[in-house]
Ligand binder design. Structure first.
Ligand code: PMP
Length: 426
């Protein structure tokens, strides 16, 4: 047994499934997850000392690569002054100013501790603001594990939500409508039937939780006008896309302004952080200025603010997002080329520095049904081949991958050499 196997065995005694978040357990691809000891730049190193090129990047936040020196130093410096005060600090004010400047639609914002808290709070605010109960989400989009959002529709656009996990009362889930991503007709149908009761649409503007699926032309524009028509709040869940697909997130990249935005991960530079914010008239409904309650003992934590600011300040570098996109394009084109050479049906999607490979002969993967109909068995073999070759991809065929600034051309070429060898054996 190697160290990771020993640790995984030990972990399963006191931690359900041996992990603190399900996808880490490698259920989808089989085998034992490497336990990680340290990380630097594009690399992670496991408990057995094996180094991998990492395309998970802590599920997105490490846009600058792992163990970024300025973030590390900011955390150490902030820790010298104490870890938490439960009282306002200058760091929170500066952070709010910085986020608001980078994402101008967030005129006001509130810090929370995770993406789940951000979306849960944004939904409550949208409901409180509009006085309506129903929410509309998209099949295959993940917005954290709050009750209202852990809901999938049955078939058909107008099916009322059923919980996708035990522990969520059906009475509660019924307020969540789920329709097809990239399909405006299904949204219009839902609004035709329930329009007067829908408080908000929540969407991942580039879906990253059913692999990587960018919006088709007109989709986000359509959501904007449907919300305007019906007085519903448009929420962009940019937990993954914020500061990743462009400096100002997907809303900058696609030129659509939501009413509320949810952020996470990236704004903490790796610390547990989230935020939600948007139009002043909506945000002022939040306690203590308004009646919608939301709170957090550790929210705006000084260490997290220091890490986040150090991350966001570096993301201002001119040309940074062009470099990220160029390197992601190189990777995507490289995967396509390898697959073609070895006659493997493969579709690669990417947006900014998010990407996803689909083992399928469908040319364009634009929705959940197409994403889940890919060849999962072939993906698992590819996955383990890449892992053996020292490349750590997201351990499930329905997760997006991430390229960081530390993934330079040499790293991308090494990845593609590995992909070439692995695909030759598939
Ligand atoms: N929204 C999106 C788009 C996400 O990708 C995630 C997490 N992957 C969340 C919300 C939930 O964030 P967290 O895991 O920090 O609660």
């Amino acid at each position: 047994m190697n160290q990771s196997e020993k640790l995984f065995e030990r972990a399963q005694i006191h931690i359900p499934g041996g992990v603190n978040s399900p996808v880490r357990a490698f259920k989808a691809v089989g085998g034992t997850p490497p336990f990680i000891e340290k990380a630097d730049g594009p690399y992670i190193v496991d408990a057995d000392g094996k180094q991998y090129i990492d395309y998970v990047q802590s599920w997105g936040p490490m846009v600058l690569g792992h163990n970024n020196p300025a973030i590390r130093e900011a955390v150490i410096a902030a820790a010298q002054n104490g870890l938490s005060f439960g009282a306002p600090t200058e760091g929170e004010v500066t952070m709010a100013e910085l986020v608001s400047q980078m994402v101008p639609s967030m005129a006001m914002l509130r810090m929370v501790n995770s993406g789940t808290e951000a979306t849960m709070s944004a939904i409550r605010l949208a409901r409180g603001f509009t006085g309506k109960d129903k929410i509309l989400k998209f099949e295959g989009c993940y917005h954290g594990h709050a009750d209202a959002l852990l809901v999938k529709a049955g078939s058909g656009a107008l099916t009322l939500g059923v919980p996708s996990s035990p522990g969520i009362p059906a009475d509660y889930a019924k307020h969540t409508l789920t329709v097809e991503f990239n399909n405006l007709d299904s949204v219009r149908e839902a609004f035709a039937a329930h329009g007067d009761d829908i408080a908000c649409i929540i969407v991942e503007p580039v879906a990253g939780n059913m692999n990587c699926i960018p919006p088709v032309a007109g989709f986000l524009e359509g959501l904007r006008s449907i919300c305007d028509e019906h007085g519903a709040v448009l929420i962009f869940d940019e937990v993954m896309t914020g500061f990743r697909v462009a400096r100002g997130g997907a809303q900058e990249r696609y030129g659509i302004t939501p009413d509320l935005t949810c952020l996470g991960k990236v704004i903490g530079g790796g610390m547990p952080v989230g935020a939600f914010g948007g139009k002043r008239e909506i945000m002022q409904h939040l306690a203590p200025s308004g009646p919608v309650y939301q709170a957090g003992t550790l929210s705006g934590n000084p260490i997290a603010m220091a890490a986040g600011m150090a991350a966001l300040q570096q993301l201002q570098q001119p040309g940074l997002y062009d470099t990220l996109t160029d390197n992601t394009r190189l990777l995507a084109e490289g995967f396509r080329h390898c697959a073609k050479k070895h006659r493997i049906p493969l579709t690669v999607n990417y947006a900014g520095s998010m990407f996803g490979v689909f083992f399928t002969d469908i040319d364009k993967v634009t929705n959940y049904q197409q994403a889940i109909n890919c060849n999962v068995e072939q993906f698992s073999r590819f996955y383990h081949g890449m892992l053996d070759a020292g490349v750590y991809l997201a351990p499930a065929s329905y997760e997006a991958g991430f390229v960081s600034l530390a993934h330079d051309r040499t790293i991308i070429e090494q990845t593609l050499d590995a992909a070439d060898r692995v695909m030759a054996g598939l």
